[in-house]
Write a protein that binds this ligand. Structure first.
Ligand code: ASP
Length: 363
C-alpha cells in the first residue's frame, strides 16, 4: 500500500503511473494468493468425473473427465486455495485395486514429507470410497488433512452434485480445523470420519453416513464446523507403513446367510489365503457348518476374523462364540470390508492372533 501511495503522489507521467500501479496490485494479489493453503487433488475417477448421454439420464461412464476440467467448473475455489491436480487413475471405483491404493498412499505420504501441500483431496467413486478412505487412514502418516469426495450424479446430469462436493472437500482440506482429524469423507455437506463412514444408499445424493457415530462435522456456505472427533483417529498413530515393495497378504470376505454351506470357506482354505473375514449375522455369528469350516481354516494357519453384515453395532469378543477356544478374532465395530483392510495391513506386521486383535481394538 505504501508503494502504491508513493506512485500516486509522485510526479511521473500518468501512463507510467498506471502501469506501476497495475504491477503493484498484481504483486499484492500474488502475495495474497501464495498465502492461501496449497491443496493437491489426487483424482481417481468415479461418477464425479463421469459423463452421461443426456442431462435427464442417470446412466453414465465413470472417470471420463480429467481433474483440471473438474476444478475448472468451480472457478471461485481459487479464492480459498492454491489448487493443483494429479490424475492417479480414471476408473469407476468398483474397479479399485490394491495397486492404486498403494500408489495413493505412497504419493500422499510423499506430498506431506516434502511439504508440497497443506492438504490433499482425493476424488473417488462412491462404491469403494469408504475402503480407500480407511486404507489411507491407516497408512498416511501426517496431521495434515486428507479429504475424499465424489458424487452420485455425473457432471452431465441435472443438478449434478460433483462441483458442490468438490468445492466443499477443498474447503474442508484448506481449513485449519481439519488438522489432526485423520482421513475424512466430505459428502453432501456432511463431514465423516473415513473409519466409520459407509455408503448407505445406492443412488441418493445423501449416500454417506456413519451408522455408529454420525457425522463429525458440517461444511456449509464455505464454512467448516466440527462437532466431534473419533478417539481412534485423533489419538492413535499407526505402526503401519507402505512402500512399492510391500506385498499385502490375501484376505477374503465370506458372507453368512441362513443355511449357508461352508464351501466358500473350504475353497479359500484350498487357495491358502492368509486371512478370512466372515460377514456374520448379528453379533458376528455363523451356523454350525461355518463353525466346522472355521476350525479347519484356523488349523490351516489362516487368521479368521468375525465381523457382521449388520450395518451398526460391534462384534463382541467371547460373547456368543468362544473366540479363545475357536482361535478367532473379532472386528470390533469395523464393517467386513474395512476389517479386511486392517487384517491385510496388520498381517504385514505380525501373524500373532493376540496382536492382531489388539489392532482391531485400537484402530
Ligand atoms: N460406480 C461409481 C464408482 O464408484 C459410482 C459413483 O461414483 O458414484 O465409481
Amino acid at each position: 500500500m505504501l508503494i502504491f501511495n508513493l506512485i500516486q503522489t509522485s510526479k511521473i507521467q500518468p501512463m507510467k503511473k498506471f502501469l506501476l500501479s497495475a504491477l503493484t496490485l498484481l504483486f499484492a494479489f500474488s502475495m495474497y494468493a501464495q498465502q492461501l493453503p496449497r491443496i493437491i487433488i489426487l483424482a481417481t475417477g468415479g461418477t464425479i468425473a463421469g459423463t452421461g448421454a443426456s442431462a435427464d439420464r442417470a446412466g453414465y461412464t465413470a472417470g471420463k473427465i480429467p481433474i483440471d476440467e473438474l476444478v475448472g467448473a468451480i472457478p471461485s475455489v481459487k479464492k480459498i486455495a492454491q489448487i493443483s491436480g494429479e490424475q492417479i487413475s480414471s476408473i469407476g471405483s468398483q474397479d479399485m485395486t490394491i495397486d492404486i491404493w498403494k500408489k495413493l498412499a505412497i504419493r500422499a505420504n510423499e506430498i506431506f514429507e516434502k511439504n508440497e501441500a497443506d492438504g490433499i483431496v482425493v476424488t473417488h467413486g462412491t462404491d469403494t470410497q469408504e475402503e480407500t478412505g480407511y486404507f489411507l487412514d491407516l497408512l498416511v502418516n501426517s496431521d495434515k488433512p486428507v479429504v475424499l469426495t465424489g458424487s452420485m450424479r455425473p457432471a452431465t446430469a441435472i443438478s449434478a452434485d460433483g462441483p458442490k462436493n468438490l468445492y466443499d472437500a477443498i474447503t474442508v482440506a484448506a481449513s485449519p480445523k481439519a488438522k489432526g482429524k485423520g482421513v475424512i469423507v466430505s459428502f453432501n455437506e456432511g463431514i465423516f470420519d473415513a473409519r466409520d463412514v459407509m455408503k448407505m444408499s445406492t443412488t441418493k445424493v445423501n449416500a454417506f453416513y456413519s451408522p455408529n457415530t454420525g457425522p463429525i462435522g458440517q461444511v456449509y456456505d464455505g464454512k467448516v464446523e466440527f462437532y466431534q472427533a473419533s478417539m481412534r483417529e485423533v489419538n492413535e498413530k499407526t505402526p503401519f507403513s507402505i512402500t512399492t515393495d510391500t506385498k499385502l497378504p490375501r484376505v477374503d470376505i465370506v458372507y453368512m446367510y441362513a443355511d449357508a454351506p461352508p464351501d466358500m470357506i473350504d475353497m479359500l482354505i484350498a487357495k491358502k489365503v492368509d486371512g478370512i473375514v466372515i460377514a456374520g449375522v448379528g453379533n458376528g455369528n455363523f451356523n454350525k457348518a461355518y463353525m466346522e469350516a472355521v476350525k479347519r481354516a484356523v488349523a490351516a494357519g489362516i487368521i479368521v476374523c468375525r465381523a457382521s453384515r449388520t450395518p451398526s453395532g460391534r462384534v463382541v469378543l467371547e460373547d456368543e462364540i468362544n473366540d479363545e477356544e475357536l482361535g478367532t478374532i473379532v472386528s470390533d465395530d469395523l464393517t467386513p470390508q474395512k476389517a479386511r483392510i486392517l487384517l491385510m495391513i496388520g498381517l504385514t506386521k505380525t501373524k500373532d492372533r493376540k496382536q492382531l486383535q489388539k489392532y482391531f481394538f485400537t484402530y
